[in-house]
Design a protein around this ligand. Structure first.
Ligand SMILES: Nc1ncnc2c1ncn2[C@@H]1O[C@H](COP(=O)(O)OP(=O)(O)OP(=O)(O)O)[C@@H](O)[C@H]1O
Length: 271
């Protein structure tokens, strides 16, 4: 669905992303991991067209990203950026209805209303419908934004046509239960012809749900493969500069990563 070939992004003399390639395909749940500043969001922003690449090529269903009309793109690809804010006091339902904009001709229909309400129900935020979006908690906002993406792709999902979800740290404000609810929902969507690309910081959530993981370091792909391929102590320790223990999960067929205690003396130990 989305093919990124040898993407490089340079600002001034700094290379933020270096020669990264990835295929985001329907039926596959892809995750990008990496240290702070590794280049994850920059890479994702080039895939969405929000940031200019210096070199490389991006194809959406075989066509160059730059040649596709924005509305056409928005009908089949939904994006959730990190800490997206809204300046105006829309209700939560109005925010979800925004997901229907690529499908309307300037005004929404009763069907758009019905779809938006259903998406809020699916995500468990229907009780927040009439609340002013800026007054919601961080986690409530993230779940409402997720419902907005679902509303945007609803028609494609219903028809079982291919479409794409791109999410930058969508779980950063969610509690344990809601993290797994969203990950389970995304996994189910990926099995319904949705191509998923998600940036995460939680290695164990990635290990449990992802089909493919791209670990980035210093703007490059450091390791790419299944959770079992990339979750090796030598890879994780080098990518994150952190000693780890990796074992088989006692209940699931995936690795389990535990950070080892840091031994070096901290500044606080001198106080
Ligand atoms: N517009 C910009 N101008 C200069 N440097 C930038 C710009 N945008 C990002 N950077 C730098 O590029 C590097 C990669 O940033 P990016 O946001 O892609 O990292 P990330 O892997 O998503 O990090 P995090 O996990 O902290 O969100 C960082 O060092 C960042 O400071």
């Amino acid at each position: 669905m989305i093919e990124a070939k040898n993407i490089t992004v340079q600002i001034g003399d700094k290379k933020l992303v270096r020669d990264v390639s990835m295929n985001i395909t329907p039926g596959k749940f892809s995750v990008i991991l990496g240290k702070n500043g590794a280049g994850k969001s920059t890479f994702l922003k080039t895939l969405t067209g929000d940031m200019k690449k210096t070199s490389g090529e991006i194809f959406v269903e075989g066509r160059r990203l730059e040649s596709i009309q924005y509305q056409h793109l928005a009908q089949k690809r939904a994006v959730m950026m990190q800490n997206a804010t809204l300046a105006f006091s829309f209700t939560a339902l109005e925010v979800v209805l925004m997901g229907r904009t690529p499908h309307t001709h300037g005004f929404e229909t009763p069907r758009d209303q019905k779809i938006s309400r259903e998406c809020m129900k699916q995500v468990g935020v229907d009780h927040l419908m009439d609340r002013s979006f800026p007054t919601l908690s961080g986690g409530e906002k993230q779940r409402v934004q997720f419902a907005r993406m679902l509303a945007q792709l609803w028609d494609r999902i219903e028809e079982n046509s291919s479409c794409c979800l791109m999410l930058d740290e969508p779980l950063s404000s969610l509690d344990l239960s809601n993290q797994h609810t969203i990950m389970h929902l995304v996994k189910c969507l990926s099995r319904k012809n949705v191509a998923v690309l998600m940036i995460l910081h939680d290695l164990n959530l990635a290990a449990q749900y992802a089909d493919e993981i791209n670990i980035m370091k210093d703007g490059r792909t450091f390791a790419l493969g299944t959770p079992n391929d990339v979750f090796k102590p030598e890879i994780i320790e080098m990518a994150f500069d952190c000693p780890v223990h990796i074992m088989q999960h006692p209940h699931y067929q995936c690795p389990l990563v535990i950070a080892a205690k840091k031994e070096e003396k901290s500044f606080l130990s001198a106080v």
